[in-house]
Write a protein that binds this ligand. Structure first.
Ligand code: PLP
Length: 363
C-alpha cells in the first residue's frame, strides 16, 4: 500500500538522545528545555524573531488562539478552499465564516472579491496560502488597512515558504503553522503562532497557560494548549533532517511535474516565491475523471486524496448561504498524489502510469 502521506520518523538513536535529556531534567511540559530549544532553532530556521514565535499543541488551536488574542468578533472573511480547520475553528470560537471565492488559477482567496463581502460586522480576514502558494499579501493588507480589519494567515502549508527571500510568516497580524504528523515539518501533533509584535506573542504565551503570566498571576482568560517536551523532542529530531526531507520531496514532486504537467491543470504559483514541495495537486477535466483515476489507483494499492474536497461553502454545519463557484469547481476536480520522503522512483512511476492509462481511455 502506498499512502498519500507517510509521516517522517527520525532515526531512533537521535530521538533517544533528546528523550534521555528529558529523563535527566524530569521536566515534561510547561516551557521546558526542549520547547525552548525548538523555539530558538525554529525561529532561526524560519528567519523569524524567537520572541514572536509561540509553540502550541496543534495548528487548530494556533488559529483559535490567534482569533482570541486579536479579540475578533462577528464575521470573518475566509476562503472556502482549505482544510476544514480554517473555517471550523472560526465557528468553534463563535465567529461567522464568510466565504469569498478563490482565484481560479492560484486557488487562493481572490482579493478582488473581498471588499464586497465586508459589512459593519466584519472584524478580520483569514486567508490560507494554499499548498504553500503565497496569497496576494499586498492587496489583502491594503484592504485590511482601509477597513481596519485584522489579518490572520493560516500558513499550515508554509514551512520554509518565502517571498523575495523573506519569510511568508511575517505578513498579517498573525500567521499560524501546523506541525501535524502529515506536514512537511512535524512534532506528531503541534503548531505555532507567529505574531508581528512581541506584546501579542506574550499575550498568546499567557493564553496557552491558563491566562497566567510568568509569575503565575492570572491576567486574562486562558486555556491549555502548551506543547509538551516529548513533542518538542520529536520536532528537534525532525528538524535535524529537514534538508534531506525537503530534497527527497523535491525529487518526487519534480518527477510528477515532468510526467503529468501535460494532462492536468496545476496551480499557478507566485512568481517571487519558492516551492516547499509539500503537496502535488492535479486538477483533472471532470469529477468523473477524478473518480475513475482514484478507483484505478486504489486497485494498484496507491492512495490519492480528494484534497480539498468538498469546498467549505458546501458544508451545511458551518454557515448558511454562500456559493463560491471557482472553489466548488476546483474542489470537484482535484486530487493530491502521494508525496513523502522515501517514496521510490518505481512507486512514483507506477502512480504516473496508472493515471496516464486511465486518461487515455477518453482521449
Ligand atoms: C493541517 C491544517 C490545519 C490544522 O492543523 P492541525 O495541527 O491538524 O490542527 C489547519 N489548516 C490547514 C490549511 C491545514 O492543512
Amino acid at each position: 500500500m502506498i499512502p498519500v502521506v507517510q509521516p517522517y520518523l527520525p532515526a531512533r538513536e537521535r530521538v533517544d538522545a533528546y528523550i534521555n535529556s528529558i529523563y535527566e531534567s524530569k521536566w515534561l511540559t510547561n516551557n521546558g528545555p526542549m520547547v525552548q530549544l525548538l523555539t530558538k532553532r525554529l525561529a532561526s530556521h524560519l528567519n523569524v524573531d524567537a520572541d514572536c514565535l509561540v509553540l502550541v499543541s496543534n495548528g487548530s488551536l494556533a488559529l483559535q488562539l490567534a482569533y482570541k488574542a486579536l479579540e475578533l468578533k462577528g464575521e470573518v472573511i475566509t476562503t472556502p478552499f482549505s482544510f476544514i480547520a480554517t473555517a471550523s475553528t472560526l465557528s468553534w470560537e463563535g465567529l461567522t465564516p464568510i466565504f469569498v471565492d478563490i482565484d481560479e488559477d492560484t486557488w487562493n482567496i481572490d482579493p478582488r472579491l473581498i471588499e464586497q463581502a465586508i459589512t459593519p460586522n466584519t472584524s478580520a480576514i483569514v486567508p490560507v496560502h494554499v499548498f504553500g502558494n503565497p496569497c496576494d499579501v499586498a492587496s489583502i493588507q491594503e484592504i485590511a488597512d482601509k477597513h481596519q480589519l485584522k489579518v490572520i494567515y493560516d500558513a499550515a502549508h508554509c514551512f520554509d515558504t518565502q517571498i523575495d527571500g523573506e519569510s511568508i510568516l511575517k505578513y498579517g497580524d498573525i500567521s499560524t503553522l501546523s506541525f501535524h504528523a502529515t506536514k512537511l515539518f512535524h512534532t506528531v501533533e503541534g503548531g505555532a503562532v507567529i505574531t508581528r509584535t512581541k506584546s501579542l506573542a506574550d499575550k498568546v504565551r499567557r493564553m496557552i497557560n491558563f491566562g497566567m503570566d510568568v509569575d503565575g498571576v492570572v491576567t486574562e482568560v486562558g486555556t491549555n494548549s502548551k506543547m509538551s517536551e516529548f513533542h518538542a523532542a520529536i520536532g528537534l529530531a525532525v528538524l535535524d533532517d529537514i534538508e534531506e526531507i525537503k530534497q527527497q520531496r523535491k525529487q518526487v514532486w519534480c518527477h510528477y511535474e515532468r510526467a503529468l504537467v501535460k494532462i492536468g491543470l496545476t496551480q499557478k504559483r507566485h512568481e517571487r516565491s519558492n516551492n516547499n514541495y509539500s503537496y502535488f495537486p492535479l486538477v483533472l477535466k471532470s469529477e468523473c475523471e477524478v473518480l475513475r483515476v482514484l478507483t484505478a489507483l486504489s486497485a494498484q494499492s496507491i492512495q490519492a486524496r480528494r484534497y480539498f474536497y468538498p469546498s467549505l461553502d458546501n458544508i451545511k454545519t458551518l454557515v448558511g448561504e454562500s456559493r463560491c463557484c471557482n472553489s466548488r469547481d476546483v474542489a470537484s476536480r482535484i486530487i493530491c498524489l502521494p508525496v513523502w520522503p522515501g517514496l521510490s522512483v518505481g512507486q512514483v512511476n507506477n502512480c504516473v502510469q496508472c493515471i496516464l492509462d486511465q486518461l487515455e481511455i477518453t482521449e
